[in-house]
Design a protein around this ligand. Structure first.
Ligand code: ADP
Ligand code: MG
Length: 213
């Protein structure tokens, strides 16, 4: 994998594009079980982040992630802003002095992101949140590294697991966030935050696939 700083900036640019492209879809998912702002929130956060990292020199990826995290926290009002922001800020601490993201780094980024989201939102797997996409993706990456799978296969499997996690959110009731106010009436709808997390993971796979195959 070995993503360079330039490639990491490119990846964030693609994340911003994808979230902006699916802004309405994410907002519609949130309208069904929340307040209909998830796409608006996230696309704003990543747009501000993109502007902050544009035309800047970074000495390590810690600085890039910190800039992105702070931009998201300061520009997104909903629950997802502080949660995604925390994830990127936690990850930024791993990137101090590092000019490349390896597969092991990516695993660790997901690990500290998940821990940060759990700490901040008091959620767990099965609560119908972004964690239901991120935790299966992390488990798959761990499995792939331990079993020496090829990097593209690891990333592809992680996306597949996250996608299954998103599907699973349709079957369960929300226990965290606004959707939890609906209780069992949230069953049958896929979680917007899990969906946006899946989109981010898809971009990572697509970008590495584009750059390395
Ligand atoms: P808000 O709910 O404040 O309107 P958003 O609509 O932007 O914020 O984001 C909603 C998403 O945030 C949910 O779909 C869910 O995935 C995620 N979320 C909400 N609360 C939590 C929590 N406590 N832990 C993890 N994720 C959460
Ligand atoms: Mg919302």
């Amino acid at each position: 994998m070995g993503l360079t700083l330039k490639e990491i900036l490119y990846t964030f640019e693609k994340i911003e594009n994808k979230i902006a492209y699916h802004k309405q879809f994410l907002t519609d998912l949130d309208a069904a079980i929340g307040d209909g702002d998830h796409g608006i929130n996230l696309s704003k956060g990543f747009r501000v982040a993109k502007e902050k990292i544009k035309d800047r020199e970074f000495k390590d990826w810690g600085e890039i992630f910190k800039t992105v995290g702070m931009a998201i926290v300061s520009s997104v009002g909903g629950a997802s802003g502080p949660l995604y922001g925390t994830a990127f800020m936690k990850a930024s601490m791993l990137g101090k002095g590092k000019i490349e993201i390896t597969m092991e780094d990516f695993r660790d980024i997901l690990k500290v992101s998940i821990d940060g989201i759990k700490m901040r939102g008091k959620g767990e797997k099965g609560d119908k949140t972004m964690l239901d996409a991120l935790i299966p993706a992390y488990d798959e990456i761990n499995y792939g590294i331990e079993n020496n799978l090829s990097e593209l296969n690891i990333l592809k499997n992680s996306v597949e697991s996250a996608r299954n996690g998103v599907e699973y959110t349709k079957l369960i009731a929300a226990r965290k966030g606004r959707a939890s106010y609906l209780g069992d009436r949230s069953i049958g709808h896929q979680d917007p935050g899990a969906t946006s997390s899946l989109m981010i993971l898809e971009v990572v796979f697509d970008t590495v696939n584009e750059l390395r195959s």
